[in-house]
Ligand binder design. Structure first.
Ligand code: TXA
Ligand code: MG
Length: 320
């Protein structure tokens, strides 16, 4: 018997019993537990083998719930919440004392979002507590965008994946915090920098290479396939360099047809950035299972979601 199920009632029962359930969101699947259960939160860290210094995101059922989690909401945070919730925006704000330290890794801020997925919103409405949920992948592996990805990672360690189909956005939420009252992007993600600026004006992006205690999760080499991955802005030319290798190609838009490559994935034939982004992790999962010598991934155009995708590709290739 597999662990994938559509039964929301069963998920409610497990979560109320301090167990973990993997849940669908519009970004990636999360590994969820009751934020007030020490047992569940410890199980999240153990199951993922995630270091305890890396805090979790709290998922709430509606924007109004924010005031029960955080002690202060800056004006620009409220504007962002109004514009993007439910949706792939995570706000890092000063936490209320009632939020357990294990969730925030001892920090005085907490990360919060309202996910935009009908199944998980329904689940949250049936629960008397919010859910802590990091992406449902083992530490340093590719985030899951289907229930099957999660099952493949955790079939022996969790009891249930709540089925919600393939994730629409396909990369993680954009994380925004505040430093000296100014907004700052801690993690590029599903909402483009341009769309954020359209709501609150200028915003800085935390330097990716800097050691950054305010965004601890960004220290690690993340999102990596097991297969050696390199980036390219000209795949046809770079193929020459790897002539005797078994190559996988991940391209944004163009198929490379005059070269015999059996293992090629084109993310969007029409060059649709949102479509390409939604398929990115699944494509990396697929190429990784072929056990090739190398994956050559095409660098995306550097605007809109392309900027966020390039951040993930750079992490997959260990160049940041
Ligand atoms: O799209 C998403 O955000 C997904 C879905 C499941 O909601 N979740 C997700 O969680 O990506 P996770 O744990 O893989 O990434 C959470 C990130 C980490 O980089 C963590 O360091 C950061 O959020 N974070 C959490 N609390 C923080 C805080 N108080 N200050 C700064 N960064 C924080
Ligand atoms: Mg993650």
């Amino acid at each position: 018997m597999g662990i994938i199920s559509k039964d929301i009632k069963k998920a409610v029962a497990l979560l109320q019993n301090e167990e973990l359930v993997a849940i669908p969101t519009e970004t990636v699947y999360g590994l969820a537990g009751n934020i007030y259960s020490e047992k569940a939160i410890k199980a999240i860290f153990n199951t993922k083998q995630r270091p305890f210094f890396n805090p979790l995101i709290v998922h709430i059922q509606s924007p109004e719930y924010l005031a029960t989690i955080v002690s202060h909401i800056p004006k620009k945070a409220q504007q962002l919440a109004n514009a993007f919730w439910p949706g792939p925006l995570t706000l890092v704000l000063p936490k209320k004392d009632t939020i357990p330290d294990v969730i925030t890794a001892g920090k005085n801020t907490v990360a919060v979002r309202v996910p935009n997925h009908p199944v998980t919103l329904e689940l949250l409405k049936q629960l008397p507590f919010p859910l802590a949920a990091p992406s449902a992948n083992p530490f340093n592996r590719i985030s899951p965008t289907t229930a099957l990805h999660v099952e493949n990672y955790f079939r022996n360690t969790i009891q249930m994946v709540l089925e919600g189909g393939a994730c629409k956005n396909g990369i993680e939420s954009t994380i925004i915090g505040f430093e000296n009252n100014d907004p700052i992007i801690y993690r590029l993600g599903s909402i483009s920098v341009e769309d954020i600026k359209a709501v609150i004006g200028e915003i800085a992006i935390k330097n990716k290479k800097e050691i950054n205690p305010d965004a601890p999760g960004m220290l690690e080499k993340h999102y990596a396939p097991s297969t050696l991955t390199v980036l390219s802005s000209n795949i046809v030319k770079d193929l020459e360099k790897y002539r005797n290798k078994r190559i996988g190609v991940l391209s944004f838009k163009n198929r490379i047809d005059n070269i015999a490559i059996k293992h090629q994935i084109v993310l969007s034939e029409t060059g649709d950035m949102a479509e390409a982004t939604s398929k990115l992790y699944n494509a990396l999962h697929q190429l990784d299972t072929l056990h090739l010598d190398i994956i050559i991934a095409e660098i995306f155009p550097d605007y809109g979601l392309g900027t966020s995708v390039n951040d993930r590709l750079q992490r997959a290739a260990h160049t940041i």
